[in-house]
Structures are given as C-alpha cells and as structure tokens.
Design a protein around this ligand. Structure first.
Ligand code: DX5
Ligand code: ZN
Length: 216
C-alpha cells in the first residue's frame, strides 16, 4: 500500500474544511496531523480542537504525529477525538512506557507508529518492529514545515526496510519532511511507502493526483 499523507500544518487554517476536501480530491488516503507542544520540539502547532474538527469533516485515515513530551498521557483523548494512527517518538519515552503505549493503542483498535529524529540511530527502532504498524523516519528535524529533505536519512529507510523484510508481518515505512515530487521518488526507491507532504502539497506543487505521483 502506497499513499500520500498530506500535512495540514501547511494548509490554510482559515479554510480547513476546503483543505481537507483537496486532500480527498487528490486520492490520498491519509491526513497527517502534526501535534507539537513547544517542549519536545521548539514550536507549537495545534491540538485537540483541530483533530476533532478534521474528524467531523472526513472519513480519511487520521494520521496523528505526536511531537510532544509524555505522549502516553494523551492516547485516549486522541482516539476519542478520531485518531486512526498514533505515531509518537522513541525519544519521548522510556522503554516500559513505549511498550505500554503500543499496547494501549492496540487495545483500542488503532494503529501505532514509532518515529525517530534525524540524530537517533535507526537500530533504536528494531526492538519494537514486531509490535508496531508503522515506522516514521524523519527526513528533517521535527518542529517546522518547509525544511530541506535530508538525503542521508535514506540509509535508515533502507536498513529498516531490510529488517522488516525478515519479519513475518508487514510494517509501513513513512517519511516526513521536505518531501516533494523529486524527493518522494528517492524515498520510494529506498523503501518508503507512506509520504507526508506539507509545503509541496499545499503551497508549492499543488499535487492533486496521488495515484499518478505514486505510480511514477
Ligand atoms: C515537521 C512535521 C512535518 C511537516 C512537513 O516536524 O512533522 O509533518 O508538516 O512539512 P514539509 O512537507 O513542508 O517539510
Ligand atoms: Zn509530521
């Protein structure tokens, strides 16, 4: 399964409903919702009211990317408000709390993503691969849209892809940060299958056909 996950961080918040319709019209299956707290990352985006508003206007998969400290505190609320996938950062929690968070999200019937920042070694993900549904390899330092794609992260995508192919189950590989028509192809060739696009989708390239883009 390949899909775009357009990030509403780059959307026009005054017309969020219309922006979600653009995502639907593009053929994307996911909506990426970047929740930032000003502590885990040096920026504050939006939170629960926006998640709930998006849920009220679409049936697309809501892909919540939690860039927050103590993400485990908010799992129930994210799910109550409509999250379908909750991705949190490995750097945010100790091992025991990572495991209990994964279990909690699964008990509630939702999918789990685990993410690493650019300075975290990819091997940090390996102990959890059997337990999760998706890895998110950050291709920029999390916190802001509009940054430049870090090509050096493709080694991590290739390495985690190789590890996943040894498993009996499938784990999606998402990339996030600086993805545009050109870098999407590079990430896809490296093994990624879910592509977060903020700036490229809403501001630059006006990508309106996900299928075409993903088939190239
Ligand atoms: C960055 C966020 C991204 C951001 C991507 O911390 O996690 O999802 O919206 O934005 P672009 O596509 O502009 O790099
Ligand atoms: Zn994100």
């Amino acid at each position: 399964m390949f899909t775009l996950s357009p990030s509403i961080l780059a959307s026009n918040m005054l017309n969020l409903g219309d922006e979600i319709k653009k995502i639907e019209a593009s053929g994307s299956k996911y909506v990426h919702i970047d929740i930032m707290d000003g502590s885990f990352v040096p920026n504050i985006s939006f939170g629960m009211p926006v998640l709930s508003a998006v849920r009220s206007c679409t049936d697309l998969v809501l892909d919540v990317h939690a860039m927050i400290v103590n993400p485990d505190k908010y799992i129930d609320e994210f799910i109550d408000l409509g999250a379908d996938i909750i991705t949190f950062h490995i750097e945010a929690l100790e091992r025991d709390r990572i495991i209990s968070s994964i279990e909690k999200i699964h008990q509630r019937g939702k999918k789990v993503g685990l993410s690493i920042k650019p300075n975290t070694d990819v091997s940090a993900l390996y102990p959890y691969l059997e337990l999760i549904d998706m890895v998110l390899i950050m291709t920029v330092e999390p916190g802001f849209g509009g940054q430049k794609f870090m090509h050096s992260m493709m080694d991590k995508v290739k390495a985690v892809k190789a590890k996943i192919s040894d498993l009996s189950k499938d784990v999606d590989i998402q990339v996030d940060g600086g993805i545009n028509i050109e870098t999407l192809k590079i990430a896809k060739n490296s093994g990624a299958n879910i592509f977060v696009l903020g700036t490229a989708f809403f501001k630059n390239e006006k990508i309106l056909n996900a299928e075409q883009l993903l088939s190239e």
